[in-house]
Design a protein around this ligand. Structure first.
Ligand SMILES: [Zn+2]
Length: 183
């Protein structure tokens, strides 16, 4: 196909509720952006041990249709995520804001079998099973979860534990203190 297809372009509604069911089987493209607080992302909230009202994630989505080598239309989705989450540094045990900034590309496929058959060596696109009620909120939440560090740490230079300070003393076990009082 040489000519660019002119398809209706639909703006995504940014409410969490609307993001839960988007029709990706329709021949139309989507774009949109918004911000999700941690409160709208219960699975992310579970991973964060500190609650900070400033935490949240800006998302941006754009889909497009392109013709592949055999002329079939393929639908791709670009997701950009930028935000911050308060976490506890596992080196110095102080709170810090983890800055998240990721961009992911996806391609829609017809069903689970096509997703399973999608070539693993394609490190540009990840397959998504298309649906008339696609849960974009769950996709955004999945990508935030995948992008959060397993062991959150300050950047070395700004961590308050420097190798020159030596080993941090562990706080005294409260039960031990209690035992001493009882004596
Ligand atoms: Zn630290």
């Amino acid at each position: 196909m040489n000519r660019k297809q002119v398809l209706p372009e639909v703006e995504l509604s940014a409410t969490p509720h609307a993001l839960r069911a988007v029709d990706f089987c329709a021949l139309q493209t989507y774009h949109g952006e918004g911000r999700l607080s941690v409160g709208a992302l219960p699975r992310v909230a579970l991973e964060l041990d500190i609650s900070n009202p400033d935490d949240g994630f800006d998302w941006q989505i754009q889909t497009q249709f392109t013709a592949n080598q055999v002329g079939a239309l393929e639908q791709t989705l670009r997701l950009k995520l930028k935000g911050q989450a308060s976490m506890t540094c596992q080196r110095c045990l102080q709170a810090f804001q983890y800055a998240l900034n990721v961009e992911r590309l996806f391609i829609f496929v017809a069903d689970e079998a096509a997703a399973d058959a999608y070539p693993m060596e394609d490190d540009l696109f990840d397959p998504l099973v298309s649906s008339t009620h696609f849960d974009l909120l769950a996709l955004i939440e999945d990508e935030i979860l995948l992008s959060l560090p397993l062991v959150p740490k300050h950047p070395e230079a700004s961590c308050s534990t420097s190798p020159f300070l030596g080993i941090i003393e562990e706080p005294e076990n409260p039960f031990k203190v209690l035992k001493n009082i009882k004596k």
